[in-house]
Design a binder for this molecule. Structure first.
Ligand SMILES: [Fe+2]
Length: 343
């Protein structure tokens, strides 16, 4: 995407994120990655009268390795202080799950993550109705005490919802301290630590992330009191088990966040495994009417399980009930107040 077009979508994004004349913005990048994102955001912010600069971290050394939650910022309190003192951080590195990001948000800085390919950002722009409906959906989920998910392939699982907060992602942020991820469009919460029981059958066409695989043979998960006790099926079940075993951490068998996708501009079928524009999978996480469950850590929601073994699994054609009321039937949202059409 050329600079002018990229600047145009960043301008729309910053308007949706409430950027005003005189606000202080910082765009964060690392190494030689996404320098064009910084250029586009700086040009867009300037047009809105924001005071901005680009903070560029060195590329990590090959010997540093990489894991979610690790950033070069941990060694640089001065840089973290600068980020705490601005109004909005545009994170083109992916600070998510790092202690630094939590500290920056606690200081009142709003944070927008933008790391997906520009073409995907353009196709999945935030818009007022998306924000409005996702917010209503989050309120519904927040009130619910029990979530039940079923599917024609044999899923029947119950999550008790008395412990964790609900998170709404609608791809922009104009509230101090609030984080969001562009693109997105979904809601989630987590089941009680010992409160998830039943069977989940991941069906052909459902998606394993971060493997970026569409499943071809069903995977059957047996879940008792919040823990996976059995995984069976064909090739993809073997891949999941092998992946989980590689962490040598039994907490990878815990149940993580659960919720549903609401973005009508996200395509399920356009997700081509291993091919651009796949990115890190925000499109399959967001497609309208998906039910996404995940396994592993719950520290993102305030729980104690911080295992690095994490899978997100958006599923098609499921039905989802909150306190016995249908929200999604066969992969379509049936509650009027949260239905959306393409922007
Ligand atoms: Fe996740």
């Amino acid at each position: 995407m050329d600079h002018a077009s990229f600047t145009e979508i960043c301008l729309q994004q910053l308007k949706m994120s409430g950027v005003k004349d005189g606000e202080r913005l910082i765009v964060l990048t690392q190494g030689s990655e996404r320098l064009n994102y910084a250029d586009a955001f700086l040009a867009a912010g300037q047009r809105l009268g924001a005071n901005m600069y680009h903070m560029r971290l060195p590329a990590p050394l090959p010997s540093d390795g990489w894991a979610v939650g690790m950033t070069g910022l941990s060694e640089m309190p001065d840089a973290v202080n600068a980020l705490k003192n601005c109004d909005m951080l545009i994170d083109c590195v992916f600070l998510l799950f790092s202690p630094e990001q939590f500290a920056i948000q606690d200081a009142g800085t709003r944070v927008l993550t933008a790391v997906e390919p520009p073409e995907l950002l353009a196709r999945m722009m935030p818009y007022p109705e998306l924000r409005e409906k996702v917010t209503i959906a989050a309120e519904m989920l927040e009130r619910a005490k029990v979530m039940r998910i079923t599917s024609p392939h044999g899923t029947d699982v119950v999550y008790k919802l008395n412990t964790y907060p609900t998170v709404a992602e609608y791809a922009c942020t104009d509230t101090p301290g609030r984080w969001d991820h562009w693109p997105s469009g979904f809601v989630f919460t987590g089941g009680d630590d010992d409160g998830v029981d039943g069977t989940i059958v991941v069906a052909p066409g459902d998606i394993l992330l971060p493997q970026n695989l569409m499943v071809r043979e069903p995977i059957t998960y047996t879940i008792e009191k919040g823990w996976i006790t059995d995984i069976s099926g064909g090739l993809e079940a073997e891949i999941v088990k092998s992946y989980m075993d590689s962490f040598n951490d039994p907490r990878g068998k815990g149940m993580s966040h659960v919720g549903w996708g609401m973005n009508p501009n996200a395509k399920w079928h356009n997700f081509v495994p291993g091919e651009f524009p796949g990115g890190m999978g925000m499109e399959p996480r967001s497609f309208y009417g998906n039910v996404m469950f995940s396994t592993g850590p719950n520290n993102e929601l305030g729980g104690t399980n911080d295992t690095a073994c994490h899978l997100d699994i958006p599923m098609r054609n499921c039905s989802l009930f909150l306190d016995d009321s249908p929200v999604i039937i066969d992969g379509d949202i049936v509650v009027n107040e949260i239905q959306l059409t393409k922007s």
